[in-house]
Design a protein around this ligand. Sequence first.
Ligand code: URA
Length: 211
Amino acid sequence: MENTIVVDHPLVQDKLTRMRDVSTISTDFRVLLKELSTLMAFEVTRNIKASGIKVRTPLDMDCAGVRVESSDIVLIPILRAGIGMVDGVLEVMPQARVGHIGMYRDPDTLEAIEYYKKLPANISGCQLVILIDPMLATGHTMAATLDICKKAGAKNIKIMCLVAAPEGIREVRKKHEDVPIYTAAIDERLNDHGYILPGLGDAGDRIFGTK
Ligand code: URA
């Protein structure tokens, strides 16, 4: 799959497998999701700007190093399941700014409908915008969110998810070939209700214990 990066690090895969397990309870699911998001953030942010600086070590006056300024990186979780991944990313980029986009899927048409949007100011000047949703299922929500972000001026956008369906990747690719998709797995397919198989069930329900 073009421009799709599967993060196959064993630590990521271990956590994903635990999350898939139906016997994993919400409290553990949340912790695993947070840890996995931190690990994936390393790959998604591999090419961010880092300025060269010098620091004084206990033994040397002039040690070359780097500093990352993450306040011009924007995280946009898609409500509600995306929220479960934000803290894990902020763990390693505490100054990143966070916007929110609320979308729900029409149960009949599976089309994405926007119900909430709050984006950071000057998103067009940001070096990187990361759209976050654990499940890339039909791809309608993600494609609609990409439309919103591009309209707002976002330039360098990446998608971060946990499990992607081939159908979802294809849908995103129809209009947004330029946007890389980072995922921990590409699963088999969608079922008739738009859920990913084998997947991990409803991510929102498992994060928030609503079922
Ligand atoms: N949303 C989920 O939470 N799970 C799926 O499998 C598909 C969409």
